[in-house]
Design a protein around this ligand. Structure first.
Ligand SMILES: N[C@@H](CCC(=O)N[C@@H](CS)C(=O)NCC(=O)O)C(=O)O
Length: 226
């Protein structure tokens, strides 16, 4: 039985979706990002004080990309066995982890948390996210899924971030519909029953409560970052 420490954020949802896809038994523990990530118990599991974290017997693991890879290998699912094909999945996974995730995150910080007080900075991140959407559009022109011809952990890494185009106010500045392949891919993955189950773990908080936690913790405006 895997223990998953998570919250209803893009990085957290990757793991509940993957566990649902793989049919792995797990227990979800909600870590309220208004401070739950700073407790001694949680810090002992991840010194970086961020969700998601999993515990699988003796293994305690953080970083959503590493967790996806661990789950794929230990369950023999959602990753190709052919080494070259597997490497292409890892290429897409790393692009999500180092590219779209951090830049999309910064876009939310500058447009929402700082109320677009520095438009030049917001614009820099908006342009970069849209540039990366074009990269994804080109990838999906070559093959059906982010990492190649098969649905994989790379798709699971991207989906919750693209989902925010519909759920986060910042999505209004990101015209996903202009990217036909990317929006088609998003719609297709959204239909998967495991994805629909995974986004409900943990039960999403009311948006204003989730946003308050985001401001006080993630962005570092509150007491938690003093
Ligand atoms: N690179 C990490 C990022 C994890 C991350 O940023 N988690 C956020 C929620 S999506 C968090 O726990 N933030 C709490 C904080 O920064 O205090 C991963 O992919 O797991």
């Amino acid at each position: 039985m895997i223990d998953l420490y998570t919250d209803a954020t893009a990085n957290g949802l990757k793991i509940s979706i993957a566990l649902e896809e793989m049919g792995v038994e797990y227990r979800a523990h909600q870590v309220n990002l208004g401070g739950g990530q700073k407790t001694p118990e949680f810090t002992a599991m991840n010194a970086n004080q961020k969700i998601p974290v999993i515990r699988d017997g003796d293994v305690t693991l953080s970083e959503s990309g590493a967790i996806l890879y661990y789950l794929a290998i230990t369950n023999g699912q959602l990753i190709p066995t052919d080494f070259a094909a597997r490497s292409k999945v890892m290429e897409a996974l790393m692009f999500q982890m180092s590219g779209l995730g951090p830049n999309f995150g910064q876009l939310i910080v500058w447009t929402a948390a700082w109320s677009n007080d520095f438009p030049v900075v917001s614009e820099r991140y908006q342009k970069e996210v849209l540039r990366q959407f074009s990269v994804l559009e080109a990838r999906l022109g070559n093959h059906e899924y982010m990492g190649g011809t098969e649905y994989s952990i790379a798709d699971i890494a991207f989906w919750p971030w693209i989902h925010m185009c519909h759920t986060n106010p910042v999505g209004q500045t990101l015209p996903l519909g202009n990217y036909k392949k990317l929006s088609g891919w998003y719609e297709k993955i959204s239909q998967r029953p495991a994805v629909q189950r995974g986004i409900l773990v943990p039960t999403p908080l009311a948006p204003e409560i989730q946003y308050e936690a985001f401001l006080s913790a993630v962005v570092g405006l509150g007491d938690l970052h003093k």
